[in-house]
Each structure stands twice: as structure tokens, then as C-alpha cells.
Write a protein that binds this ligand. Structure first.
Ligand code: FES
Length: 191
């Protein structure tokens, strides 16, 4: 009997044990939650969400040479998560193009509609340059149309974006930036 009493820890010891256990659990949660938030931020390009389709200023009209070659611009925005605000974050890229002597601007999302890689513009390819996707070799003409639709891995042309014509008349290029679902023949915005 005396031996059994010895094996039961005194009440003080038990309280101490539970306090330590609670501290370990809470400490673990405090460490895990920011880690999860950081991981989500890190993986954001993988789980790329749709932008709400706001018009964003991309460039001054004068800064875009009117030579018919598309030029790539980053799309910058303020990002937020549950804890923080991140100003001036790159959220995508677009190509802008002005035809010779024109003040109109074409805007194209730089994401390939096949599986979401970024396309490059190669001035030396094709007749007047081509957008080329490095992932599965989809080729697009400078206006975003597929070069060979029958054999092109991409199910649709590159995604054109709307340019604010009123702002353009004032010399500023504002584009309604959106991402669209990859792998679909139709252009469907990601919500
Ligand atoms: S992602 Fe561009 S061809 Fe596959």
C-alpha cells in the first residue's frame, strides 16, 4: 500500500505537469500559425487567385515605342493576408504593344492559357516575332493569336485585356488586370 501511494504524484506535481503540457501546446501553436501563413504566401503563385479585375496603371503611353513589338511590364499591387499588408508586390505580368503610328495600345496577359507558364516574346522568331511558351512550345503571333491552332498545346489564344480608353487619351495606360483559367478553350476569369 505504501508503495502505491509513492507512485501517485502529489497534487502540486500534477498541476506543474499540466501547466508545462499547456505551455508546450500553446508554444507549438504560436510557432505553427505564422509558419502556415508564411507557407501560404510562399505558395501563392501555385494557388494563384483571380485578381478582382481592377484597372491598374501600367505605363505612360509615351514610354511604349510604336514599333509593333510587345513589351513586358510587371503588374504591381498591394497584397494582404490575415496579418499583414504587403505594398508593391508583383502579381503578374502583361505585354503592351503599339502599332507603328498608332496611339492605341493592345494589352495581353503574359500567362500561357495551356498550363500557366509565362510566355516570352522572341523578335527573331516567325514573321515579325512570336510569343513562345518555354513549357510545351506553344507559339503565338504578336497579337496573341495561336500560330498553328491545330497543333498548338494551348487551347486558346493568349488572353487580351481591356485598356481604359479615357485614360489612354490622357497619355496613361491603365489595364484591367485579370487571370483566366488555364486549359480551357474559353476565356474564363478566375474568381
Ligand atoms: S504552359 Fe504554355 S505550352 Fe504548356
Amino acid at each position: 500500500m505504501a508503495k502505491n501511494m509513492e507512485s501517485i504524484p502529489p497534487q502540486e506535481d500534477r498541476r506543474g505537469f499540466f501547466s508545462k503540457a499547456a505551455a508546450v501546446v500553446i508554444g507549438g501553436l504560436v510557432g505553427v500559425i505564422p509558419f502556415g501563413a508564411g507557407l501560404a504566401t510562399l505558395l501563392d503563385p501555385i494557388f494563384r487567385k483571380g485578381d478582382k479585375g481592377e484597372f491598374r496603371k501600367i505605363a505612360a503611353l509615351d514610354a511604349i515605342p510604336d514599333d509593333g513589338f510587345p513589351r513586358r511590364y510587371p503588374v504591381i499591387a498591394t497584397q494582404r493576408d490575415a496579418w499583414n499588408v504587403y505594398p508593391n508586390q508583383p502579381i503578374g505580368a502583361i505585354y503592351l504593344r503599339r502599332l507603328p503610328g498608332e496611339s492605341t495600345v493592345e494589352a495581353i496577359n503574359a500567362v500561357c492559357p495551356h498550363a500557366g507558364c509565362f510566355v516570352d516574346f522572341n523578335r527573331e522568331a516567325g514573321d515579325g516575332g512570336l510569343f513562345q511558351c518555354p513549357c510545351h512550345r506553344s507559339d503565338f503571333k504578336p497579337d496573341g493569336e495561336r500560330l498553328e491552332p491545330e497543333t498548338c498545346p494551348s487551347p486558346r489564344n493568349l488572353d487580351t485585356l481591356e485598356v481604359d480608353q479615357q485614360k489612354l487619351a490622357k497619355g496613361e495606360v491603365w489595364v484591367e488586370f485579370k487571370n483566366f483559367k488555364a486549359g480551357h478553350p474559353e476565356k474564363e476569369p478566375i474568381q
